[in-house]
Ligand binder design. Structure first.
Ligand SMILES: [Zn+2]
Length: 98
């Protein structure tokens, strides 16, 4: 999770998934300072490491896309069901009138 260079420490992005991933935080004199830096930059602590803000955005937008796709399918299913119910009710209504 840390990258050491010339006795300085940098927090490494855990995932490096985004094309514009920052990859490494700023090099600091200690690991604690390196963590302070990434916290200031709003990196996300995953519990096992740190995810840079750009990778986090990348994951969130992917998650959003998945949610939207699922949401659309759910909405379609709901609409279809509603149509069927309406059809039945209409049919029943006609029957009653007759
Ligand atoms: Zn990253």
């Amino acid at each position: 999770m840390f990258k050491e260079r010339n006795n300085q420490f940098s927090v490494e992005c855990q995932t490096k998934q985004a094309n514009n991933c920052i990859q490494f935080g700023e090099y600091c004199d200690s690991e604690e300072e390196a963590i302070d830096w990434v916290e200031d930059e709003c990196w996300i602590n995953s519990g096992e490491g740190w995810i840079c803000i750009r990778c986090h955005e990348y994951f969130m937008s992917n998650l959003y896309k998945i949610r939207v796709e699922k949401g659309v399918k759910k909405e379609e299913a709901k609409t279809k069901k509603k149509d069927d119910e309406d059809g039945t009710e209409l049919f029943k209504g006609i029957e009653t009138v007759l």
